[in-house]
Design a protein around this ligand. Structure first.
Ligand SMILES: C[S@@+](CC[C@H](N)C(=O)[O-])C[C@H]1O[C@@H](n2cnc3c(N)ncnc32)[C@H](O)[C@@H]1O
Length: 248
């Protein structure tokens, strides 16, 4: 884990701060925004420099968890520079075990982080996050698809840097991991079936292709249409799930 934290420490200065320049990135924020409670406490797991945490902290208190101290240092700097109503509490820690109190959170989200863990640790992490939710609380995660081509690219990328790689699952396994922890799946949307081909050498240079494929903040691109039709081949599923027991 120290190695992965050191890797993200090195990335911290360049890591994006904007919530999204295309549809696939923007959907992460849209889901967080849509499912955020009116009051309560939120946890952002794998928060990096706070690209999502600082937005949600405009109205709610957020615990921002990340093992990279450089990412958290940037989050604190950025939080200090803003007029936030909620409080952002940085927490240097790593899944699958978090030093947080059970049943404390109304919303927990974790994007682009689980895939960095081994399949067994991903399963333990989902159980950990489910246990941190209050009854009726919401968990939003992305899970990588093991049948995508992109996962092979990213596995090679991380292995070249000395890590174990990245790990995905089938859609059925992803659903089961959540349901076996007492969560009801509210939505599961597929992304990346088409956009993963942009990783092929040269394609990104074709004028307009990235924007048409990945869409824009306000318009779904070709990827959204193709991923909706072939969800089993997704690069990622964005999943919203709810813990039983809330007053509805
Ligand atoms: C690719 S970034 C994603 C950041 C942000 N969630 C997003 O969607 O843009 C992954 C972040 O997860 C953090 N991370 C890596 N392993 C982690 C773990 N086991 N538990 C929590 N965070 C972890 C990294 O330090 C990094 O900041």
């Amino acid at each position: 884990m120290r190695d992965i934290a050191a890797h993200f420490d090195r990335e911290a200065a360049e890591y994006p701060t904007h919530i999204g320049a295309d549809y696939i990135q923007t959907r992460k924020w849209t889901l967080i925004d849509t499912h955020a409670p009116e009051t309560g406490i939120v946890a952002d797991i794998g928060s990096a420099n706070g690209r999502h945490a600082l937005e949600i902290a405009r109205r709610l208190d957020v615990v921002a968890v990340d093992p990279s101290e450089q990412m958290l240092a940037r989050l604190v700097q950025r939080a200090d520079a803003r007029d936030l109503d909620g409080t952002v509490l940085p927490c240097a820690a790593a899944l699958p075990r978090l030093p947080l109190t059970e049943t404390s959170f109304d919303l927990i989200y974790c994007f682009s982080t689980l895939l960095l863990l081994s399949p067994r640790d991903q399963e333990a992490s989902l159980a950990e996050m489910a246990g941190l939710l209050r009854p009726g609380g919401t968990l939003i995660v992305d899970i990588a698809g093991s049948r995508s081509l992109a996962i092979k690219y990213w596995r090679r990328y991380y292995r070249r840097r000395g890590f174990n790689g990245v790990f995905g699952h089938s859609a059925k396994q992803a659903r089961r991991f959540l349901e076996q922890n007492g969560l009801e799946i509210i939505s599961m949307e597929a992304h990346g079936v088409l956009s993963q081909f942009l990783l092929a050498p040269g394609l990104q240079r074709l004028p307009g292709l990235i924007k048409r494929t990945r869409g824009s903040e306000t318009n779904p691109g070709w990827d959204a249409a193709v991923s909706r039709r072939l969800p089993g081949l997704a690069e990622r599923w964005y999943i919203v799930a709810r813990r039983d027991g809330g007053m509805s």
